[in-house]
Design a protein around this ligand. Structure first.
Ligand SMILES: [Zn+2]
Length: 182
């Protein structure tokens, strides 16, 4: 492990030991806590819970994208910057594999996404039958809308929790019908 600091310059601890950055307070949780909450909701409510968790991510990603737009200017360049910011926040080492200017499709991969690592911590030696990175998918699509100014939909087509080498998200400008997450 290197001596790299998390979110260098983005966060400060105030006199009350609160973490502040971007004019908001932040809290550090372990990956496993979120995955535990998410799994319990999904086990009770199924796809409805998945879609709601996705929407939590989406609305947050969109808001963040809108907030940074005055600084980064929108478009695919902003999306790249936004993904870079989340990397500095410890979410993983994302790589934008492709952007199709004609269709607006963005392909992004994470070898070590926090949500997948939470799954493996909660279930050592187990593989999930379906992708687990629901919140991250929503965040990615919301950040895309925040940058590109059109609604996006994310689909996770590979997931480390399933045994794939990376979590791979396809982000496409959304149609009217929202996909049901399975
Ligand atoms: Zn995943």
């Amino acid at each position: 492990m290197t001596e790299k600091q998390v979110g260098v310059g983005m966060y400060n601890l105030n006199e009350k030991d609160e973490i502040w950055g971007f004019n908001r307070r932040w809290t550090i949780f372990s990956n496993i806590i979120w995955v535990n909450i998410s799994e319990r909701l999904v086990s009770l409510l199924g796809p409805v819970a998945k879609r709601q968790i996705y929407e939590v991510g989406y609305s947050s990603g969109k808001l963040a994208g809108e907030r940074i737009r005055p600084h980064f200017g929108g478009g695919i360049d902003q999306y790249k910057q936004h993904v870079g910011l989340t990397s500095a926040m410890g979410w993983g080492n994302p790589e934008i594999k492709n952007y199709n200017e004609d269709t607006g499709e963005i392909v992004v991969e994470y070898p070590n996404l926090w949500e997948a690592e939470g799954f493996s911590e909660l279930h050592p030696d187990e593989k999930s039958e379906s992708p687990t990175c629901i919140m991250a998918a929503g965040l990615a699509a919301g950040a895309a809308e925040g940058a590109m100014d059109v609604p996006y939909e994310a689909e996770e087509i590979l997931c480390v929790s399933k045994g794939d080498p990376v979590c791979k998200f396809i982000l496409t400008p959304a149609g009217k019908e929202k996909k049901v997450m399975k």
